[in-house]
Ligand binder design. Structure first.
Ligand SMILES: [Zn+2]
Length: 277
C-alpha cells in the first residue's frame, strides 16, 4: 500500500471515530447503562430519601430511576473534609436533581461533571459588592453551583430538606436549578426558552421580581424567601425550590409564575401530571 493510501485510510478512520464519539458514543453508553437492572438498594434509598418519589405514578418512578442510573454513572462525586460518599448520598442527590428533568431532556445535565459533598456548611472565599467597592470575604455556604459543571453541597442541608419536604428550602433543587440556568451561557434567571414561551417568561418573571422587591422595600411579608430578591439567578433558583416544595402556596401567590414554571419543567408538582407549554 502506498503512503498516500495509508494516510487516507487513517484519516478516514480518525474522522469516523470522531463522528462516532461526538454523536453516538454518549447515546450508545447510555443505552448500555440502562440495560443494567436498577439496584434494589437504590430504590429503597429513593423511597426514603426523595419524598417526591413516593408521589409519582409507576411510569414516572421508572423514568426517575432511569435518570438516576444515568446520572450516577456519568457524574463524579467527591467527599470533602473527610465526608464519605456512599450510595445513599449518590441516590439522594441524583434523585432530587433528576426531579427537575423528569419531563425534560437528560441532556440538560450534560455539562454537570462533578458533585462535591461537605458534611456540613462550609467556608469559602467570595466576593461582595456594595455597588462601589468589591471586597473579598469569608462566607459560610450550604451549597454552590459553577458554570464549569461543578455543584457543591453540604450534606446536613440536604438532610434537612429531606426531613422538611414542604419547607421553602431544598439546597439540591436550588443548586441544580442554577445548572439549568447556565445552559444558555449566562446566569440570568432565564433558562433557554424560545418564541412565545421566552417572551412570556421575561414578562411574567420581571413583573413578579418587581413585585417581590417592592414588598421587601415596603417591609411587607414577601411571598418568596427574600434571598430570591438578591439577583435574577437566585430568583429562579429560589422559585424552583418553592415550586417543588410549596406548589399550592406559589400557585396562590403568583399564578402566572406558577404557570410559567409548569411550562418550563413540563409538569405540575401538585400531582406531577405532565404539562406542555
Ligand atoms: Zn443560589
Amino acid at each position: 500500500m502506498s503512503a498516500p493510501v495509508v494516510f487516507a485510510f487513517f484519516a478516514a478512520a480518525l474522522i469516523a471515530g470522531t463522528v462516532f464519539y461526538l454523536f453516538y458514543y454518549r447515546n450508545w453508553r447510555r443505552q448500555r447503562e440502562l440495560q443494567q437492572p436498577f439496584p434494589k438498594p437504590w430504590r429503597k434509598a429513593l423511597k426514603r430519601q426523595v419524598p417526591a418519589y413516593r408521589q409519582l405514578n409507576a411510569e414516572q418512578k421508572k423514568r426517575l430511576e432511569r435518570l438516576v442510573q444515568l446520572f450516577i454513572s456519568e457524574k463524579d462525586y467527591y467527599g470533602c473534609d473527610g465526608f464519605e460518599v456512599d450510595d445513599k448520598v449518590r441516590v439522594t442527590i441524583a434523585g432530587h436533581a433528576c426531579l427537575l428533568v423528569l419531563e425534560r431532556p437528560f441532556s440538560d445535565y450534560d455539562d454537570v461533571r462533578s458533585i462535591l459533598v461537605y458534611p456540613d456548611v462550609y467556608r469559602a472565599q467570595g466576593t461582595e459588592s456594595d455597588g462601589l467597592v468589591v471586597s473579598e470575604s469569608d462566607q459560610v455556604r450550604a451549597g454552590e453551583a459553577s458554570s464549569h459543571g461543578r455543584v457543591v453541597l453540604a450534606w446536613s442541608e440536604c438532610e434537612s430538606a429531606i426531613a422538611h419536604p414542604h419547607s421553602p428550602h431544598n439546597v439540591i433543587l436550588h443548586e441544580f436549578a442554577h445548572q439549568l440556568d447556565y445552559l444558555d451561557g449566562t446566569a440570568d434567571g432565564a433558562p433557554p426558552l424560545h418564541g412565545d414561551q421566552a417572551r412570556n417568561w421575561q414578562e411574567t418573571m420581571t413583573k413578579a421580581w418587581d413585585h417581590l422587591r417592592d414588598r421587601l422595600d415596603r417591609h411587607r411579608k414577601p411571598w418568596l424567601d427574600p434571598y430570591g430578591a438578591t439577583e435574577p439567578a437566585e430568583f429562579f433558583a429560589v422559585l424552583t425550590e418553592t415550586f417543588f416544595q410549596q406548589p399550592e402556596h406559589l400557585l396562590e401567590a403568583q399564578p402566572d409564575v406558577y404557570k410559567a414554571l409548569c411550562g418550563y419543567y413540563r409538569l405540575d408538582p401538585r400531582d406531577f401530571s405532565s404539562q406542555r407549554p
